[in-house]
Design a protein around this ligand. Structure first.
Ligand code: NAD
Ligand code: ZN
Length: 257
C-alpha cells in the first residue's frame, strides 16, 4: 500500500473525531460532472443563470433555471454510489467517523449507506423542492413530472409562490443549522479529510482551515491541486474511488492489528 495512504489509515485508527468533507469530485466516478473540470457544468452553462436574485426577479430566469436544473437532476437521479461513497459509509459502520460534511446535492452518501443524521448537506439537496413563499415541501419527482407535462415554471398549489429545488444558489442564504453544525464539527475534529473538492467555494472552503486552526490533522485527496494544499499534512492527487478503497482496506488491516 502507498506509504502516504498507510499513514492516513493509521491516523484514522488513532483519531477520536474524524470528519470527512466531500465535494463534486467524489461523484464524478458515478457519472455526475463536477462544476469546474473541463467538460464540467461551467463549460456548458453561465454561472449567472444560477444567481438567486435572477430566480426571484423574472419568469424567464426561473424557466432557464428549471431547464438547467432538470438537465442536471436527471443523471443525478439515475447515478449509483461509487467505491468512494461506499468506503465512507463503511468507515461509519466501523465506528470511525464523526460525520460527513458534503457540498454535494446528489444524495449519494445516504444511498451508499451513510446514516442521514451523519451527513450534513451544506448546499442542500436536489431531491426535494420548496415553495419560496410558504416553504411547503414537494417531492422532486412529482414536480418534474408536472414540469414535463406543462412545460412551464412550477408554482405552489397552496399559495401560488414559485417552487425551487432545495439546493443553494449563488447569493442564496446557506442553511443556518447545517452551516453552524459543520463549523462546530470541523473545529472539534482531530482528523479532517477533504475528498474531491476544489476548495474554492465559500464558506465551505473555510471548513478545512477551521479544522486545521483548531489543531486537527488535515488530509486532502483530490485529483487536482487546491488552494489549501500547502497547509495540509498530507495531500494525495489521485482519484477518490481507488484512494478511498485502498484507505478503507488499510484501516481494516490496522484495526484488526
Ligand atoms: P468543483 O467542481 O469546484 O471541484 C471538484 C474537484 O474535484 C476538482 O478540484 C477536481 O480536481 C476534483 N475531482 C474531479 N473528479 C475527481 C475524482 N474522481 N477523484 C478525486 N478528485 C476529483 O466542486 P466542489 O468543490 O464540490 O464545489 C462546487 C459546487 O458544486 C458545490 O457547491 C456543489 O454543491 C456543486 N455540485 C455538486 C454536484 C453533486 O452533487 N454531485 C455536482 C456538481 C456541482
Ligand atoms: Zn407556497
Amino acid at each position: 500500500m502507498d506509504r502516504q495512504l498507510e499513514r492516513i489509515a493509521r491516523w484514522i485508527v488513532e483519531a477520536k473525531t474524524v470528519v470527512i468533507f466531500t465535494g463534486a469530485g467524489l461523484s464524478t466516478e458515478s457519472g455526475i460532472p463536477d462544476f469546474r473540470s473541463p467538460g464540467g457544468v461551467w463549460d456548458k452553462y453561465n454561472p449567472e443563470d444560477f444567481y438567486f436574485d435572477n430566480f426571484i426577479a423574472s419568469e424567464i430566469s426561473r424557466w432557464k433555471y428549471w431547464q438547467m436544473s432538470t438537465e442536471m437532476y436527471e443523471p443525478m437521479k439515475k447515478a449509483q454510489p461509487n467505491a468512494a461513497h461506499i468506503a465512507i459509509a463503511e468507515l461509519e459502520k466501523m465506528g470511525r467517523l464523526d460525520c460527513v460534511i458534503t457540498q454535494n446535492i446528489d444524495n449519494l452518501h445516504v444511498r451508499a449507506g451513510s446514516s442521514p443524521e451523519k451527513v450534513i448537506e451544506l448546499h442542500g439537496t436536489a431531491m426535494s423542492v420548496s415553495c419560496l413563499d410558504c416553504r411547503k415541501k414537494f417531492d422532486r419527482e412529482e414536480v418534474q413530472k408536472k414540469l414535463k407535462e406543462e412545460m412551464k415554471v412550477p408554482y405552489c398549489d397552496s399559495c401560488g409562490g414559485p417552487l425551487k429545488p432545495d439546493t443553494i444558489s449563488f447569493g442564496q442564504a446557506m442553511p443556518a443549522r447545517e452551516t453552524q453544525e459543520a463549523y462546530s464539527r470541523s473545529a472539534a475534529s482531530d482528523l479532517f479529510i477533504v475528498i474531491g473538492s476544489s476548495l474554492v467555494v465559500q464558506p465551505a472552503a473555510s471548513m478545512p482551515v477551521t479544522a486545521k486552526r483548531s489543531g486537527a490533522r488535515l488530509v486532502i485527496i483530490n485529483r487536482d491541486p487546491t488552494p489549501c494544499d500547502s497547509m495540509a499534512d498530507i495531500v494525495i492527487h489521485d482519484l477518490a474511488g481507488p484512494a478511498m478503497t485502498a484507505l478503507l482496506n488499510g484501516v481494516k488491516r490496522i484495526a484488526q492489528g
